[in-house]
Design a protein around this ligand. Structure first.
Ligand SMILES: Cc1cn([C@H]2C[C@H](O)[C@@H](COP(=O)(O)OP(=O)(O)O[C@H]3O[C@H](C)C(=O)[C@H](O)[C@H]3O)O2)c(=O)[nH]c1=O
Length: 181
């Protein structure tokens, strides 16, 4: 497994070792000892989530705040998405910066997203199955986020369709500036 830090402090790309043979492929998508040694801290994942989205669906930018803040280990097990992460930690050296990476069932890449970062993705393939681990349980009351097309963040989502498909909840998310008011 190869782990490299992104431009966002504490956010890491994980490229698992792929064991290919005539049957297909095998890889360890998560191994606690190797993972913790690579990122240099202990993480106790307590919940796995799966979402399935059709082309053009955009989920995000979400995070849970306060004591229910979640670190996530995300991957795509079918299809392809453009994954986007935004550093919303005021004391971070990369505060306000974002990172983008295509995740797919071809590149088998995972991203570790520390607490305090907003996360989202837009679905590039006809359908994508997104699977991720969280180190804190779902707590709807602490859900928050930033509107995906925030004018200050200037994220180029590379939409695969003219207008992304976004939930009513996500359309109502605050701007980056409003998030900190
Ligand atoms: C996240 C979550 C949701 N739910 C329920 C709440 C709703 O009734 C339904 C759909 O939830 P939501 O529309 O928030 O799902 P997404 O838009 O995929 O949310 C996720 O999208 C981005 C990409 C993330 O990184 C977050 O983990 C998460 O916020 O599932 C649960 O029961 N448990 C959960 O952990």
């Amino acid at each position: 497994m190869r782990i490299t830090e992104t431009n966002l402090s504490g956010c890491f790309i994980m490229e698992p070792t792929l064991f290919k043979d005539e049957r297909g492929v095998f890889f360890e998508s998560y191994q606690q000892k190797k993972f913790e040694e690579a990122i240099g801290k202990k993480v106790n994942f307590v919940q796995d989530n799966i979402s399935v989205s059709s082309k053009g669906v955009l989920r995000g930018l979400h995070l849970q705040t306060g004591v229910h803040a979640q670190a996530k280990l995300v991957q795509v097990v079918h299809g392809e998405v453009l994954d986007v992460i935004v550093d919303l930690r005021p004391d971070s050296p990369t505060f306000g910066e974002h990172y983008k990476l295509k995740l797919s069932s071809k590149n088998r890449t995972l991203i570790f997203i520390p607490k305090g970062m907003a996360h989202g993705f837009v679905t590039l393939s006809q359908e994508a199955t997104f699977m991720y681990k969280c180190d804190a349980f779902y707590n709807s009351a602490s859900e928050s986020g930033v509107i995906y097309n925030d004018k200050d963040l200037k994220i180029d989502w590379q939409y695969p369709i003219k207008t992304p498909i976004v939930s009513e909840k996500d359309i109502l998310l605050p701007t980056f500036k409003e998030f900190f008011k």
